[in-house]
Write a protein that binds this ligand. Structure first.
Ligand SMILES: NC(=O)c1ccc[n+]([C@@H]2O[C@H](COP(=O)([O-])OP(=O)(O)OC[C@H]3O[C@@H](n4cnc5c(N)ncnc54)[C@H](OP(=O)(O)O)[C@@H]3O)[C@@H](O)[C@H]2O)c1
Length: 350
């Protein structure tokens, strides 16, 4: 078995637009995320090596405080940054949804362009906090106009369910990607969204593939940490664990993942990411920046072919733990629910 580290392949998200199937997620670098900080010069070194190994694509958002500017600083360090893909998001504040109009959208997009120091945004993923506030189709249409005008190269959505995705596409908006939570713990994209996206050539870009790190060797065979609030990702995914059946359910899922990883000679996290990448409709996994160097885990994603047989033992366990049900981001939108309670929905206005 070949367990050597290999270069990251590329995947075509839209005709003529290739990305790396492992995207570097940069929420962890936002001022309010709470992940241990990583020094900028260290990031520059790591990311230069990552680019050389084919990891060309980064994910950020206008609400990840300071992150577009940080990526802009990184881009300016490179002799040629034209091959680097930066996917950002447009996330209007909940308190402003009713006032979102063309000038506000243009201002936000211009701000992202200025932060990144680019003339065009590669991909803008649009998020809308509350479907009950009208305007998401109109907003998507304005973003599509900005795409046609050249400020945005491609348009995506994030955390929209299938019903609203279809509505937006039916209105004539060209959507190439949808970013959603997808992992062995949270399989809600399988309730229709993934299949529809596959049929319509829309790529799923999946976050939460490591559940903030819970899906890694570090959390296997250890008692539940008393402190859930180490960072915002862990707070978010601890609630997903509650939906799944708690810490013992996580351990039952980690066991077959560790067994697969052991057979393949890779870290558990590699198997967890690979499981997502094997799902129909998935274009890429967005994995958050770690305080540690992780090239070993990532390089081993591509060094061997995986087969259906790899997953049979895991599938049997997953069948006993369906996890969160319903549409993607449905629980997160439930009024008075715990998932909604932890969201910060007015980050731009503070
Ligand atoms: N659209 C949305 O609503 C949304 C929501 C959440 C996230 N995202 C995007 O998705 C990205 C991922 O964030 P996430 O919150 O879902 O977290 P995640 O990717 O599931 O987990 C990230 C954490 O896992 C650990 N980790 C990373 N690589 C590892 C490896 N190879 N082996 C073991 N542990 C590893 C790191 O923690 P340590 O530092 O402890 O190693 C890292 O902080 C974000 O940065 C953001 O770009 C989008």
């Amino acid at each position: 078995m070949n367990t050597r580290r290999s270069t990251c392949p590329s995947v075509e998200l839209a005709p003529g637009y290739s990305i790396s199937p492992l995207i570097t997620g940069c929420w962890q670098l936002a001022a309010d995320h709470g992940a241990a900080s990583v020094e900028f010069e260290l990031l520059v070194e790591r990311w230069r090596r990552a680019l050389a190994a084919g990891y060309t694509t980064f994910d950020c958002a206008d609400i990840y405080t300071g992150v577009e500017e940080l990526l802009g600083r990184f881009l300016r360090r490179l002799d040629d940054s034209s091959a680097v893909r930066i996917h950002t998001k447009y996330v209007p504040d909940l308190g402003n949804l009713a006032r979102v109009d063309r000038p506000a959208i243009v201002r936000a997009i211009d701000q992202s362009l200025a932060g990144l120091g680019r003339e065009q945004l590669d991909l803008v993923q649009f998020h809308w906090w509350d479907y009950a506030v009208p305007g998401y189709v109109e907003t998507a249409l304005v973003l599509d106009e900005l795409r046609q005008a050249g400020k945005i190269r491609y348009l995506g959505l994030t955390n929209f369910d299938l019903e609203r995705l279809r509505e937006i596409v039916a209105a004539g908006v060209e959507v190439v990607a949808v970013q959603v939570q997808y992992s062995v713990l949270d399989r809600r994209p399988e309730n229709g969204l993934a299949e529809w996206c596959r049929q319509h050539g829309i790529g799923l870009l999946c976050y939460g593939t490591l559940a903030g790190g819970f899906l890694s060797d570090a959390y296997r065979g250890v008692p539940e940490p008393p402190e859930r609030a180490a960072n915002r990702s862990l707070v978010k995914y601890a609630l997903i664990l509650d939906e799944l059946g708690g810490w013992s359910a996580l351990q039952e899922i980690l066991d077959p993942l560790a067994a697969i990883a052991g057979r393949r000679g890779v870290p558990l996290a590699t198997a967890a990411i690979r499981w997502v990448l094997e799902r129909p409709g998935v274009a890429a996994a967005v994995v958050g920046v770690s305080r540690r160097e992780r090239s070993d885990t990532f390089g081993r994603l591509w060094s061997q072919a995986w087969s259906e047989q790899d997953w049979s033992e895991l599938d049997a366990v997953l069948a006993r733990y369906p996890g969160p049900t319903g549409a993607v981001y449905g629980l997160e939108r439930e009024p008075a629910g715990p998932h909604l309670a932890i969201l910060r929905m007015n980050l731009k206005e503070g």
